[in-house]
Write a protein that binds this ligand. Structure first.
Ligand code: GLN
Length: 244
């Protein structure tokens, strides 16, 4: 089997080492003998909606978001929307997550338009308000996801978006309603950096499984020896719960 990963804006949206999500997916595919290819999709580059099985977008500061926002909407928007509607897997972290919503209103300057793939909008409450920073634990499908968050924007979900999970420790979407992230079809938005996937092998495998079963119908992933990954998960979980 083969998987094609599109890694979007690798230079502009990688402030929090979200490139680790790509590395983790590649390795977990290779350990299973799945051929995997990573293609960077840069500013001003177009792509075909059927070109990728998994699309990865990372985090960045407000100024990084301004750099990519017009390109995301005008150059890549139509193909990205079509890819999501056809069931392609998307993992968008933080800044990218915000730009896949309807809009992001930064602390300063004009509103930044988004793609509206997630029925959500994000507003930064202003530079005087504290940022949402710290370790985060989320309950997802009966399991925990661990990570780190650092965002000023507060995201509110509309009726068309389901949350990724429920906040156990940390802020999540807005520090108010207990939700974290958003899900629409096989597109996932999250505020969780770390990067997210290496310490959450169960979620990484969920993305791989979704992508493979979309191309090869009935797919079962061979289990991997995740003792190291799960030890890291537990360590992060304990640290978050201890408030470290
Ligand atoms: N610039 C956005 C905010 O501050 C996203 C930050 C990020 O990608 N971590 O909310």
């Amino acid at each position: 089997m083969e998987l094609r990963i599109g890694y979007f804006y690798p230079d502009e949206l990688n402030l929090y080492a979200d490139r680790g999500n790509v590395i983790c997916l590649v390795q977990r595919c290779r350990w299973r003998g799945v051929d995997v290819r990573v293609v960077p999709v840069e500013l001003r580059e177009r792509f075909d909606p059927d070109e990728f099985d998994i699309l990865i977008l990372g985090g960045g500061q407000d100024r990084d978001q301004r750099v990519v926002a017009d390109d995301l909407v005008e150059v890549k928007g139509e193909a990205l929307r079509a890819a999501v509607e056809s069931g392609a897997v998307v993992l968008a972290a933080c800044a990218a997550y915000q730009l896949l919503g309807h809009y992001y209103q930064p602390a300063e300057g004009d509103r930044i338009r988004g793609l509206g793939i997630f029925d959500a909008y994000t507003v930064h409450p202003g530079p005087a308000e504290p940022r949402c920073i710290g370790n985060i634990v989320v309950e997802w499908q009966g399991r925990t996801l661990v990570g780190f968050e650092n965002h000023g924007g507060r995201t509110v979900l509309g009726p068309g978006a389901a949350p990724l999970g429920r906040v156990v420790v940390g802020f999540g979407n807005n520090g108010q309603d207990g939700t974290e992230g958003a899900v629409y079809k096989s597109a996932f938005g999250t505020y969780m950096h770390g990067s997210l996937l290496p310490k959450n092998p169960h979620f990484a495998d969920h993305l791989i499984w979704l992508a493979l079963k979309r191309r090869y119908t009935d797919v079962t992933l061979a289990p991997l020896d995740d003792r190291l990954e799960l030890a890291a998960h537990q360590a992060a979980l304990q640290r978050a719960k201890a408030g470290d």
